[in-house]
Design a protein around this ligand. Structure first.
Ligand code: THU
Length: 161
């Protein structure tokens, strides 16, 4: 017998920054501003991430590249590992990710890689509450997700160990 299973992934497409809540807009803008600090001399692909913690503080991260390519790290993980190290007791409520190319001001579609999705899953599971996500989409739109589950179905979790 073969059972067909369908996954239900939910996300919203928000038509512009103006449609976000004030809090979301602030975090999203911080992610966009963070692209200015990306260190990406090899790819010229500037990724900026920002997040909001339960104490109301905001934090930014960027991709950090290296001449020895595997030694670099994505913006999302740079940010998450920094916050995990410095604010381990705080809950991550919201994270935004944006991308642009060097010398270009318009933003591109942001799509966290598989490894960053897995790290997001770890932090969400650790804090037992959802991390909301805002991803830069095409044409100034924003993809809004309520939880990491919608970004990484079949996530690997500690109870599988
Ligand atoms: N990158 C990120 O920072 N986040 C992503 O979600 C995808 C890729 C970085 C890694 C590398 O510095 C550059 O983008 C090109 O892959």
């Amino acid at each position: 017998m073969i059972e067909q299973v369908q996954l239900n992934i939910t996300y919203e497409v928000v038509s512009s920054i103006e449609e976000l809540t004030e809090q979301e807009r602030q975090v999203f803008h911080l992610a966009q501003q963070a692209t200015d600090n990306a260190y990406a001399p090899y790819s010229n692909y500037l990724v900026g991430a920002a997040l909001l913690l339960s104490d109301g503080s905001t934090h930014q991260g960027t991709n950090q590249e290296n001449a020895a390519f595997p030694s670099g790290l994505c913006a999302e993980r740079t940010l998450l590992f920094g916050v995990g190290s410095n604010h381990p007791d705080k809950t991550i409520e919201l994270m935004a990710v944006t991308v642009r190319r060097r010398h270009e001001s318009h933003f591109l579609k942001a799509c966290p890689c598989g490894a960053c999705r897995q790290v997001l899953a770890e932090y969400q599971n650790r804090q037992h509450s959802p991390i909301r996500l805002l991803l830069q989409a095409e044409d100034g739109k924003i993809t809004r997700l309520k939880s990491v589950e919608d970004l990484l179905p079949f996530m690997f979790t500690k109870d599988m160990l």
